[in-house]
Design a protein around this ligand. Structure first.
Ligand code: NAP
Length: 278
């Protein structure tokens, strides 16, 4: 029987996951059916939808906004990345077991290291924003060996609390949290924009001096072309400015491999979904 998977979110029409997983299945010869589910945002709505999907033979779900914390609560077993992120973006159903994973940060690191060919080890990393994407990114960035991670957020307190929570898990990486205004005189080799500012063509208020000569500027948003953040980075002389299309493809590939045991190549997906940064 054809195995069923889906992405659940609200809204969901914009999701690229059915296209991505369809391409992965085709390329790897996997017999699966992948659809998009519009979840209800009423209390218990996510669990009802997940239960119905499992009862109909569903094997796994990708989870997007606003259900990542509902999926976290729904899982019976969590990976360390999901545990620390407090959010789940992929579920696997095995009988009564519900395994929860968060592949966003792993996807980000894979995109930087494998697709862009840049080492994170030893680098000074700035992460703008202290929301779900940042929470998911911190452990993988520390595992990749960043020497320093500074989380800077519009609401400074959120960044400070997140950094403090994360310190015991950071290994040899120094972790700090602060407000965007506290970045003066600080310089970074990699700057991730993990705020949602680019979704509304806004710019997090930062100084162009945060970019070290030759820095990588990476906006996690995808499909928006040259965002105000990437424009600022380009004007500041960054060697490379990229958006989050590779992260999207890589986190999807992680989930696909977790479900199916076969790793899809992401190059075709990235090529199809890339919007020029102009
Ligand atoms: P979130 O949990 O809603 O957090 C949003 C963050 O953005 C908060 O820290 C918020 O600051 C900050 N923010 C919003 N508007 C801002 C502005 N105008 N200036 C400065 N800061 C602002 O969002 P999320 O889930 O972490 O997602 C963040 C971004 O990552 C989104 O663009 C999303 O599309 C992208 N993303 C991409 C992928 C991928 O696969 N490429 C995966 C996940 C997420 P306050 O705390 O002060 O409100």
């Amino acid at each position: 029987m054809t195995d069923r998977y889906a992405v659940i979110g609200n809204p969901i029409d914009h999701s690229k996951s059915p296209l991505i997983h369809g391409l992965f299945a085709q390329a790897t010869g996997q017999d699966l059916h992948y659809t998009a589910l519009l979840g209800e945002t009423t209390p218990g709505g996510f669990a009802r939808a997940a239960n119905a999907f499992r009862a109909a033979g569903g094997r796994g779900l990708n989870v997007t906004v606003p259900f990542k914390t509902d999926a976290f609560a729904y899982a019976t077993e969590l990976s360390p990345d999901a545990q620390l992120a407090g959010a789940v973006n992929a579920l696997k159903f095995e009988g009564d077991r519900v395994l929860g994973q968060n592949f966003d940060g792993i996807g980000l690191v894979r995109d930087v290291e494998r697709n862009l060919g840049l080492a994170i080890a030893g680098q000074r990393v700035l992460v703008l924003g202290a929301g779900g994407a940042t929470r998911g990114a911190l452990l993988p960035l520390a595992r990749a060996g960043a020497s320093l991670i500074v989380v800077a957020n519009r609401t400074a307190e959120k960044a400070k609390i997140l950094a403090q929570t994360f310190v015991p898990h950071a290994g040899g990486t120094t972790v700090e949290g602060c407000g965007l205004g506290a970045l003066e005189d600080r310089v970074f080799d990699i700057v991730f924009n993990a705020t949602s500012a680019s979704l509304s063509a806004e710019l997090p208020v930062i100084s162009p001096s945060v970019f070290a000569p030759g820095a990588l500027a990476y906006d996690l948003v995808y499909g928006k072309g040259l965002t105000p953040f990437l424009r600022l980075a380009r004007q500041a002389g960054c060697a490379q400015v990229v958006d989050g299309v590779g992260m999207l493809a890589e986190q999807a590939a992680e989930a696909f491999e977790w479900w199916r045991g076969v790793r899809p190549d992401t190059r075709d997906v990235i090529a199809r979904l890339t919007v020029p940064l102009t």
